[in-house]
Write a protein that binds this ligand. Sequence first.
Ligand code: ZN
Length: 207
Amino acid sequence: MAAWAAAVAAAGEAVQTASMASQSRFGRSRFGRAQSRLGRTRSRLGWAHRIRRVGNLINLSTPLGLLIAAIGSARRRPGPSGLTLAEGYRVRFPPAGAFTVGNVVISPLTFATLTARQPEVMEHEDVHAWQYFWCGGLAFLPLYLLAVGWSWLRTGDPASRNPFERAAGLARGGYREAPVSNAGLAYLAARIQTLTLKPSRLAERSR
Ligand SMILES: [Zn+2]
């Protein structure tokens, strides 16, 4: 876990360092500043990002991301830190401003629009790319679904208690943190009660 945290921190630092040195054509976004020096950023890709890029290619998460981008007719271009940006995604699922599969960050918007709305969204998505790497690729998807389920049970919201979203930064990803209310659990308990009560009521009526 410590190695995981250190790698995530290192990734965050690398993104920051790459972006701090340059000017923006997308406004004040740190990601935008990194984008405007794309050539330099790419040639200076650090060893950690190189390993992540190769790892996410071999573990098939990046190929899956490219396939999803192609299905959604998204336009692809190279992004910072070895990521691929796919914008103008046309499929309505998942309902998100942006989502990451392997090293591919996919958005229905243009990244200029997206980063204007959420200046730190790329730092958030960068952490997700690391999460695919550390989960060994496609195993991230069932683990993420479990995390969504857990968060929903605890708060009634898919992100607030989802460890993957919390590690990536809720605010940076455009999420508002919902309090722990066990809203999902309460809903589920009520449904189970209805289901178990129904047969006994039917039995009562038939007497
Ligand atoms: Zn996220």
